[in-house]
Design a protein around this ligand. Structure first.
Ligand SMILES: Nc1ncnc2c1ncn2[C@@H]1O[C@H](COP(=O)(O)OP(=O)(O)OP(=O)(O)O)[C@@H](O)[C@H]1O
Ligand SMILES: [Mg+2]
Length: 254
C-alpha cells in the first residue's frame, strides 16, 4: 500500500530552453516540485506560460536542458528515449492536449495500444470496457477522423486509464467537452485517484476542476510563482482497498 508521504515525483532546479535561429528561448526556469503518491495537483497559468512543456518533462516525454526529474525513483533526466518509454509504459498515463490518437487505428486499437506495449493480458476486453465507460461503446471501430473533438478526447482518456498507471498526467482533460461529459470525466479521474491511489497531475483552465485538486501551482512565464493548498471536495487518501481500475470505472455509472 502506498503511503501518502511517499514522494512519487521530485523535480529539482529544472530548466528547459530551446535554441532558435539567433537566440536561446527559456521556456522553463528554476522549477522545484515534490508530489506525494496519491496527491491531486492542478497546474494553472496563462496560455503560453509553459504548462504543457512542464507536463511533458514531468512525464518523461521530453528531456530538460538542466535539472533533475525523478519519477518513482527513476532519474528520467539521465535516460534515453527507450529507457524513458519503458518507465512510462510501467507507471505513466498521459492525456494530451491534442489527444495524439493514431489516425490509422480505430478507437479500440488506440485504447489497446499501451496495454499491448506493456504486455497486459485481456487488452481488448479491457479496452472495450473502458470505451463503454466513456460512452463510446458504439464507436469502437471508428477512426479518429470519424469522431468529434470531444469523442477523440474520451478515447484518449480511455487509453490513459488502460494500464492502471501510478501517475496520470492530463493536459486540459475537460477542455473539449460539454459540461455534462466534463463532469463525467472529472468523476472518472477522481474515482481513479480515490480508489486506486493514482496520483493526478492536471493542467487546466477549468476552475472547478482545479478546485477539486488537493493543491494547485501557478506557472507564469516558465516559473512556478505560487502554490496553494486547496481543501479538496474529494480527498486524495491512500487506497482503502485494492480495487481494480475496472471496479473504479464501474462505480462511475452507479
Ligand atoms: N519547441 C519549441 N520551440 C519554440 N518555442 C516553444 C517550443 N515549445 C513551446 N514553445 C513556446 O513555449 C511557450 C510555452 O508553451 P506551452 O505549450 O508549454 O504553453 P501552455 O502553458 O501549455 O499554453 P496553453 O495554455 O495555450 O496550452 C509558448 O510561448 C510556446 O510558443
Ligand atoms: Mg498547453
Amino acid at each position: 500500500m502506498k503511503l501518502k508521504s511517499d514522494i512519487i515525483l521530485k523535480v529539482s532546479d529544472l530548466a528547459k530552453s530551446v535554441k532558435l535561429e539567433n537566440h536561446i528561448l527559456d521556456l522553463l526556469s528554476e522549477i522545484n516540485l515534490a508530489v506525494s503518491a496519491g496527491e491531486t495537483l492542478a497546474i494553472v497559468g496563462a496560455s503560453g506560460s509553459g504548462k504543457t512543456t512542464l507536463l511533458s518533462l514531468l512525464a518523461g516525454l521530453d528531456l530538460p536542458s538542466s535539472g533533475s526529474i525523478e519519477l518513482k525513483g527513476h532519474a528520467l533526466h539521465t535516460m534515453d528515449e527507450e529507457q524513458r518509454s519503458a518507465v512510462r509504459a510501467q507507471h505513466v498515463g498521459f492525456i494530451f492536449q491534442q489527444f495524439l490518437l493514431v489516425n490509422s487505428l480505430t478507437a479500440l486499437e488506440n485504447v489497446m495500444l499501451p496495454a499491448e506495449l506493456a504486455n497486459m493480458e485481456n487488452a481488448e476486453e479491457r479496452a472495450k470496457q473502458l470505451l463503454e465507460q466513456v460512452d463510446l461503446g458504439e464507436r469502437i471501430n471508428h477512426f479518429p477522423s470519424q469522431m468529434s473533438g470531444g469523442e477523440q478526447q474520451r478515447v484518449a482518456i480511455a487509453r490513459a486509464f488502460i494500464t492502471q498507471p501510478d501517475i496520470l498526467f492530463a493536459d486540459e482533460p475537460t477542455g473539449n467537452l460539454d459540461s455534462n461529459t466534463g463532469k463525467h470525466i472529472t468523476k472518472l479521474l477522481f474515482d481513479l485517484n480515490k480508489e486506486n491511489g493514482t496520483t493526478l497531475i492536471l493542467v487546466t483552465h477549468d476552475e472547478k476542476l482545479a478546485a477539486r485538486c488537493g493543491r494547485r501551482i501557478v506557472v507564469d512565464s516558465g516559473r512556478l510563482v505560487t502554490e496553494t493548498s486547496n481543501t479538496p471536495i474529494e480527498t486524495s487518501e491512500a487506497p482503502k482497498a485494492a480495487a481494480s481500475a475496472s471496479d473504479t470505472l464501474r462505480t462511475v455509472n452507479e
